[in-house]
Design a protein around this ligand. Structure first.
Ligand code: ATP
Ligand code: MG
Length: 420
């Protein structure tokens, strides 16, 4: 079989893989039906012992199949979690192993489709996997490198995700020399690059001098989901509710774990269940804690998170939406307004904009020096995130990229340049 090169964008929420074809053309592979994105999710099916990935993983979980759903697995990188194990039915699997399984399946699907074997990869990485922890960043990249090796890649190199997006933008939209700021606001991280782009520069082999700044912060769409859940759904399950003893509230940890994609499964442990039963006995609002128990006992945490994420996405187009919480309690309906989402997540949007300012400072540039701002990543669709970002660059031309494909395509351009 022909040996080929690829670009791999392993995202917190979605993954893409682009192939460099024999004639030098590049294209994203269809990874699930016609979709070029594969949701970064794995479902371990306890009924048949198999594992599903992507939309199929989410569908199996939502259908009530006995098993365990893992999402936001990239978030384990750069933290101690990556070397820990989680219980499946009768076995245990490390987070590293889960990522390997997901990426191996991604690679094989693209290989089958193109009848090639990918041996060389340009792997994307956020500028920072974790905040203020260079050792954590290095460990995260090393873990990804080892995983890539395990699944059969022979030559492995990395590129920052926002630089990759810049390369895709340059290829498609840039006709004259300019300074661009690329903002890639994804599921787990917000990344910025300031780059000098242009048709003549595109051909150069070393672009190091064109990169004026790179910075990022570990905030993404999953954090917006968490804060929206804590503001709208978790209070219905007893978050911030009083205990019988005066001045005490139900402990917040159960709720924050359930609201955080990467931690949901921890809320299902026998120890936590026992603790929550005790909380119910001491609660002044036991009818609310009963709902929390229902969610834990029926493992509905991801179902709630999916519903919260759906509401968040809907609010990008509409001013109000309803949350379907009937699985928890048939009488429970909640409406949520865009204004509530904005209020609950205002500080996240501001911290993202603050990082953009830091990136400008790093480059030694003033806002007026930026000719164009290129927006990619699903969370740039959030109106208030977009507004807060663009407020920092009032004069720049705004270019909307392929929100879910730019990084993968840019990594593939880079794979062609590096490996041919
Ligand atoms: N219309 C929308 N409005 C708001 N958010 C959206 C919309 N569509 C998708 N999102 C959010 O975008 C995020 C996924 O974006 P993307 O696929 O760019 O992330 P990723 O590349 O997987 O993550 P990362 O690059 O941070 O590792 C999710 O949090 C999703 O909820
Ligand atoms: Mg991304």
């Amino acid at each position: 079989m022909a040996v080929a090169s690829c670009g791999l964008d392993f995202g917190t929420s979605n993954t893409t893989l682009g192939a460099v074809e024999a004639d030098g053309q590049i294209a994203l592979a269809a990874l699930e039906g016609d979709h070029t994105t594969l949701p970064s999710a794995v479902f371990f099916n306890f009924e048949d012992g198999g594992a599903a990935v992507g939309r199929a993983a989410l569908t199996s979980y939502v259908a009530g199949t006995e098993g365990r759903l893992m999402r936001s697995i990239k978030s384990a990188l750069g933290t101690a979690l990556i070397n820990e194990e989680t219980a499946l039915q009768r076995s245990r699997i490390s987070f590293r192993g889960i990522i390997a399984r997901f990426l191996a399946e991604t690679k094989q699907r693209a290989e089958r489709q193109g009848a090639v074997s990918f041996e060389r990869v340009v792997h994307g990485r956020p500028v920072h996997f974790v905040d203020g922890n260079p050792d954590g960043d290095a460990a995260a990249e090393q873990a990804l490198r080892e995983i890539a090796h395990t699944i059969g890649f022979r030559e492995i190199s990395f590129q920052y995700e926002p630089i990759a997006a810049a390369l895709d933008y340059e290829q498609r939209h840039v006709t004259a020399e300019e300074i661009a700021l690329v903002a890639d606001i994804g599921g787990g991280t917000s990344d910025f690059s300031i780059v000098r782009l242009g048709p003549a520069r595109r051909e150069r082999s070393d672009r190091g001098d064109d990169i004026l700044a790179n910075d990022g912060v570990r905030i993404g769409g999953t954090d917006f989901d968490r804060d929206l859940s804590l503001a709208t759904v978790m209070p219905l399950l007893g978050y911030n509710s009083p205990m019988l003893r005066p001045n005490l509230m139900a402990p917040g940890r159960y709720f924050s774990d359930l609201a955080t994609w990467s931690l949901i499964n921890f809320a299902y442990s026998p120890r936590i269940r026992a603790e929550v039963r005790q909380v119910r006995r001491e609660s002044a609002r036991p009818e609310l804690i009963d709902r929390l128990l229902t969610v834990i006992e029926h493992r509905q945490g991801h179902q709630l998170a999916i519903e919260v994420e759906r509401a968040k996405v809907t609010l990008s187009d509409r001013l109000e939406t309803t949350l379907d919480l009937a699985a928890v309690d048939p009488d429970l309906v909640a409406t949520v307004a865009r204004a509530e989402l904005e209020q609950a997540t205002a500080s996240l949007a501001q911290r993202i904009a603050e990082r953009l300012r830091r990136c400008l400072h790093q480059a030694g540039l003033a806002p007026g020096d930026i000719d164009a701002v290129f927006l990619t990543g699903g969370s740039t669709l959030l109106p208030h995130v977009r507004r807060d970002l663009l407020r920092e660059l009032p004069e720049a031309r705004v270019v909307d990229g392929d929100k879910f494909g730019s990084v993968g395509l840019g990594l593939t351009l880079e794979a062609r340049r590096r490996y041919g």
